[in-house]
Design a protein around this ligand. Structure first.
Ligand code: DI6
Ligand code: FE
Length: 401
């Protein structure tokens, strides 16, 4: 294995509270893994001797590779027209009930070929990667029929093969009721169960999600989907308490959910349930902003109960047409009052945990060597700037790109 040393860096290791900053730090990378991280002066001789190459970063900031743990990146078309309608006064729920919303993206996604979908989605992925994303979760939920959900999952897998980024797929068949099942939610859920079995058998699914909400699926319907996920050995996540408190977090906790996402309306009981289950709270400031919500997620309560907080783009055409995780860090601070250190933990350590990935999200020995070199000298600069991209270099599994 080739050993490389990245020397003279300001490391934000994200271990041991706050940023875990190490000034004048070094990383020794052995193949795909970090072999050692710490102050340059303490780097063991062994690694210096074995190193094929040393790069002096001149004090530049190095963070773990960013993890975007909640996206609906693969979809067809766009919803700019719906944006216009909403600006004229229609609410997100009204648009959805009038046959717009998710269902209109379902039409466009079904109409697109796999190649077209790949090309459209790859553009969005490129925007995420340009800002240092090294792991991305991609949900389905705009196909809503076996062949189209499969097509979206194949595109997601294909993106992970074409690019160095790690892609984790999540089956979100229970996202909306497709037109052919209008008024027959239970029948559609039965179909979702068939799809999940098939797509799991084809090796396309890493986790299972559902949209548990008054405009989507009930807790009873979500329960059925989660029960099958458990039977298949797949972890679950949930779109919970985004527009109302429907008790989704408590249900998700019974299935040891990796995460509950959105959470603007979650109450103390839900937060307690998440804490007990070890679920991560994934906050999505892009959707909050774009839908002009006013109910803030209970950040104080999450902190008080020790629930880890992650931040994500929620990249999707309807509620968060966003491909900037750095902007989400800024908005998490300005809108949700997170500290810049919490925001960075939210797109590294805690986002990795929201995907069940223990091998990344911090800079430490044994972790995967996914990291980013920034044109910055302090980690707070990442959440501070609006619209800047100080990403200088991205390293995926030890390979500099
Ligand atoms: N919650 C959301 O905010 C997105 N999906 C979900 O379950 C919205 C998806 C869309 O409007 O297309
Ligand atoms: Fe979402």
């Amino acid at each position: 294995m080739t050993v490389r040393i990245w020397d003279n860096a300001t490391l934000a290791t994200m271990e041991g509270g706050d940023y875990g900053t190490v000034d004048a730090g070094a990383l020794a990378v052995d193949g795909e893994r970090i072999a050692w991280a710490g102050p340059s002066s303490q780097l063991p001789r062994e690694w210096r001797d074995r190193s094929a190459e040393t790069r002096d970063l001149g004090g530049a900031l190095v963070t773990p590779g960013l993890v975007d743990c909640h996206t609906h990146l693969v979809y067809g078309g766009d919803r700019a027209h719906e944006f216009e309608l909403r600006l004229k006064g229609a609410s997100y729920e009204e648009v959805a009930r009038a046959g717009g919303g998710i269902v209109s993206t379902v039409k466009a996604t079904r109409a697109a070929s796999e190649e077209e979908l790949f090309a459209q989605s790859e553009k969005r992925l490129a925007e995420l990667l340009a800002e240092g994303v090294t792991t991305v979760e991609i949900k389905t939920g705009y196909g809503l029929a076996l062949e189209h959900e499969r097509k979206c999952l194949r595109v997601a897998r294909g993106l992970g093969e074409r690019h160095r980024v790690t892609v984790k797929t999540t089956f979100l068949g229970a996202h909306a009721i497709p037109p052919e099942f209008a008024g027959r939610a239970d029948a559609y859920i039965a179909d979702v169960l068939h799809m999940l079995r098939d797509l799991h058998r084809e090796g396309l699914v890493d986790a299972v999600d559902a949209f548990c909400e008054r405009i989507a699926f009930t807790t009873q319907q979500t329960d059925k989907v989660f029960a099958l996920a458990r039977e298949l050995g797949l972890p679950v996540k949930l779109h919970a308490e985004q527009l109302s408190d429907s008790g989704g977090t408590q249900l998700a906790a019974r299935y040891d959910a990796l995460s509950c996402d959105h959470l603007e309306w979650v109450g103390e009981e839900g937060v307690r349930a998440m804490a007990a289950a070890g679920s991560v709270a994934v906050l999505l400031p892009g959707a909050f902003y774009f839908l002009r919500e006013t109910k803030l997620p209970p950040v104080e309560l999450l902190r008080a109960h020790g629930v880890p907080i992650a931040i994500s783009t929620d990249c999707n055409p309807g509620s968060s047409p966003c491909t900037s995780l750095l902007l989400m860090m800024n908005m998490a601070c300005t809108l949700f009052r997170l500290t810049p250190a919490e925001a960075l933990a939210g797109v590294t350590r805690n986002a990795a945990r929201a995907l069940g990935l223990q091998d990344r999200g911090v800079l430490g020995a044994g972790r995967r060597a996914d990291f980013v070199v920034w044109d910055a000298d302090h980690p707070a600069q990442l959440a501070y700037a609006i619209g800047a991209n100080p990403c200088r270099q991205v390293v995926f599994g030890g390979e500099a790109v």
